[in-house]
Design a binder for this molecule. Structure first.
Ligand SMILES: N[C@@H](CCC(=O)N[C@@H](CS)C(=O)NCC(=O)O)C(=O)O
Length: 215
């Protein structure tokens, strides 16, 4: 199996975490998304990472990749009960919309847009906080939903070393969840060498309101 990856992509991290949790042997190829290689454009209909190449097929969209891996290897990381499984999938979608909100946060051009992005992000974190059972999303067992949210928090593990945006103040369930996620080897090693420095360079080069605060 080959996972075509990008160094900073949170959707790639999701797939890496699930592959690691399930002990699936695979190789990773990192590409530059601002200069997409022709072979990648030919293989990826949406031109987005990650893609998974396996048995002559190409899968795209991280959630599809993860669900496939979960299905073909033993010990599912989804709840067995259909309603609970569907509920997890709903909140995985919510993680994706939170990643979009993070993009708006770090790209906001001025204080007004930044304030709006902060309010939106905080509302999202308040919503997910109410759903967390602890210490992980649904108790002690690690699920795919934990892999989907870990990359959301990973941004802030780096950002908060430079500036505290106080986005998680009072959200005790998230605070506990983040601590448990980051202590997990699949999450800790779910990013490549040099991730933190690359992310800082990326954020500071946005020319945005947040870049200014991080400098
Ligand atoms: N819904 C997609 C999102 C993937 C995605 O947005 N990937 C970004 C990098 S994090 C990408 O490849 N962007 C390049 C582009 O859109 O041109 C998934 O879950 O796989």
């Amino acid at each position: 199996m080959r996972l075509v990856s990008h160094h900073l992509c949170p959707y790639v991290q999701r797939a890496v975490i699930v592959l690691t949790e399930k002990n699936v042997p695979h190789e990773r190829t990192y590409i530059n998304l601002s200069e997409k290689p022709d072979w990648f454009l030919a293989a990826s209909p949406l031109g987005r990472a990650p893609i998974l190449q396996t048995n002559g097929s190409t899968l795209f969209e991280s959630q599809v990749i993860i669900e496939y891996i979960d299905e073909i290897f033993p010990n599912t990381l989804h709840p067995s009960e259909p309603l609970e499984r569907a509920r997890h999938r709903s909140w995985i979608e919510f993680a994706s919309s939170t990643l979009d909100a993070i993009g708006k946060f770090y790209n906001a051009s001025d204080k007004d847009n930044f304030d709006r992005a902060m309010d939106n992000l905080r509302a999202k974190f308040e919503s997910i906080d109410r759903e967390i059972k602890g210490p992980l999303f649904a108790g002690d067992k690690f699920h795919i939903i934990d892999a989907a949210w870990a990359p959301v928090f990973r941004y802030f593990d780096v950002i908060e070393r430079i500036y505290n945006f106080e986005l998680f103040d009072g959200l005790e369930n998230i605070i506990g969840w983040r601590k448990h996620l980051l202590a997990r080897p699949s999450v800790k090693n779910g990013v490549p060498e040099g991730y933190e420095d690359r992310l800082k360079v990326f954020l500071m080069s946005r020319n945005s309101y947040v870049s200014g605060l991080l400098r």
